[in-house]
Design a protein around this ligand. Structure first.
Ligand code: HEC
Length: 107
């Protein structure tokens, strides 16, 4: 029993250390990866299926980050049929960052 406890604690420390290394804040590159990934959902679509080159994303420029996270989750749950992201997660923040960068160049 004691050995199991030690193991669990050790794993906890390991995961935390890994998290601290991986979660170095929102990243544009990560946002783009997610935007182009069909793995966000189960419908075989990615965000780029409908928003190639920033199409239909003009409103992202003037949205607050909270509004944008909300809309992103609506599109994940809707057309992508995926699991919504935690608005506070690095993944969501990366997507918000990427969409903001796309919005200016949108049509
Ligand atoms: C099946 C097509 C489709 C897919 C796939 C899709 N969207 Fe959308 N999305 C739309 C449509 C249609 C609108 C509404 C556009 C409009 O009229 O402003 C929209 C609106 C948005 C808006 C609001 C834009 C604005 O101008 O206010 C955001 C942000 C957005 N989508 C993000 C995403 C993200 C992120 C993904 C991937 C998780 C995604 N969308 C996937 C069709 C799609």
């Amino acid at each position: 029993m004691k050995r199991i406890t030690v193991l669990v604690v050790a794993c906890g420390i390991f995961i935390n250390a890994g998290g601290a290394l991986a979660a170095d804040g929102p990243l544009l590159e990560r946002g783009q990866q997610l935007f182009e990934s069909v793995k966000l959902g189960t419908s075989g679509k990615s965000c780029t299926s409908c928003h190639q080159g920033g199409k239909n994303l003009k409103g992202a420029e003037t949205s607050t980050e909270e509004q944008l996270a909300d809309t992103i989750n609506t599109c994940i749950a809707g057309p992508l049929k995926g699991k919504q992201l935690d608005p506070e997660s690095a993944d969501m923040k990366s997507m918000v960052l990427y969409l903001k960068s796309l919005a200016g160049s949108g049509k």
